[in-house]
Design a protein around this ligand. Structure first.
Ligand code: ADP
Ligand code: MG
Length: 295
């Protein structure tokens, strides 16, 4: 099932992202308690768990929207726990959102172009001297990157369409395009196939694999669709009530009794086991939001 060309260098290369003992609370609600795991470079790492487990809170903490009470986030070995979100994006940590965060009145192309701002020089001194040929060369380089992304995600036909007019699955793809326009080292996707039909889900699964295979980008995703998680991931981290209850290969976590128990409230156990195992076909099969309702 996992005969994909994987660029991990297991055991030999330092993790690209390290999450250490993160604790985060909203008033009395402990969203995260002592959450820790490593993301290997070139891996597809998935964070799963029932609704309210803390997955989005974890993503917001890693990308800099929330400050943890305790714990650290390291990116390429450097402590980024106190770094503002845009600085993290500039270092190469890009993300998409569970609820699409595109500028709906703008075109697909303009939304993708916004991704570049993570790399633009912004202070006045730079602006004064950063002109002429250098600026033109960068503009050309940027256009080239954008064209490659548009081509890669097969969205050429909608480049001038208004985002608001697009079906949901295509909007999710545009959001991925914008994140890729930041030329990230790590791409974080919060529920990339939630709300998608089967065909859209299979397309997105293919794009996620290709992002890693063709562009060498590490993927960290939160996802409800267990078939997809089990088929795509090298490493799975299971959250429940804000704590890591299991982590390892898909085979390891799906055999873990505590993981099965964590999902017990969601329905029939036999059905659950089948879904945790994914489908033997090797392609993502199940519709989104199987184990718990999409949020
Ligand atoms: N901004 C917030 N304010 C207060 N409580 C929050 C906030 N965000 C999340 N929570 C709470 O933290 C817990 C984890 O939520 P969340 O991270 O959204 O879980 P998941 O993404 O796994 O469904 C839940 O109990 C949720 O109600
Ligand atoms: Mg969530």
């Amino acid at each position: 099932m996992h005969d994909l060309p994987v660029r991990t260098h297991a055991g030999h290369t330092a993790p690209v992202l390290q999450v250490e003992a993160l604790t985060l609370a909203f008033g009395g609600v402990k969203a995260l308690t002592g959450v820790g795991f490593d993301v290997a470079p070139g891996s597809i790492t998935a964070v799963i768990g029932p609704n309210g487990a803390g997955k989005t809170s974890l993503f917001n903490t890693i990308s800099g929207f929330y400050r943890p009470a305790t714990g650290r986030v390291l990116f390429e070995g450097s402590d980024i726990t106190r770094l503002p979100a845009p600085k993290r994006a500039g270092l190469g940590l890009a993300r998409s959102f569970q609820n699409i965060a595109l500028f709906r009145g703008m075109t697909v192309l303009d939304n993708i172009k916004l991704g570049r701002h993570a790399h633009l020089k912004t202070n006045v001194f730079d602006a004064l001297f950063y002109a002429g040929r250098a600026r033109r060369e960068e503009a050309e380089l940027r256009r080239d990157v954008e064209e490659r992304i548009i081509d890669f995600l097969e969205i050429d036909h909608i480049r001038h369409a208004s985002v608001a007019a697009l079906p949901y699955g295509l909007q999710k793809r545009v959001e991925m395009a914008r994140a890729l326009a930041m030329q990230p080292k790590v791409l974080m996707l919060d529920e990339p196939v939630a709300g998608m039909n089967r065909e859209e889900t299979e397309d997105m699964a293919r794009f996620i694999l290709d992002v890693r295979r063709e562009w060498g980008i590490t993927v960290l995703m939160v996802e409800h669709d267990m078939g997809m998680v089990m088929d795509l991931s090298d490493h799975v981290v299971v959250l429940n009530f804000g704590q890591v209850i299991a982590q390892g290969t898909p085979a390891h976590v799906q055999a873990d009794p505590e993981v099965v128990r964590a999902y017990l409230g969601a329905g029939d156990v036999g059905e659950l086991r089948r879904r945790l195992r994914g489908d033997a076909s090797g392609m993502p099969t199940a519709p989104a939001a199987m184990l718990a309702g999409a949020t």
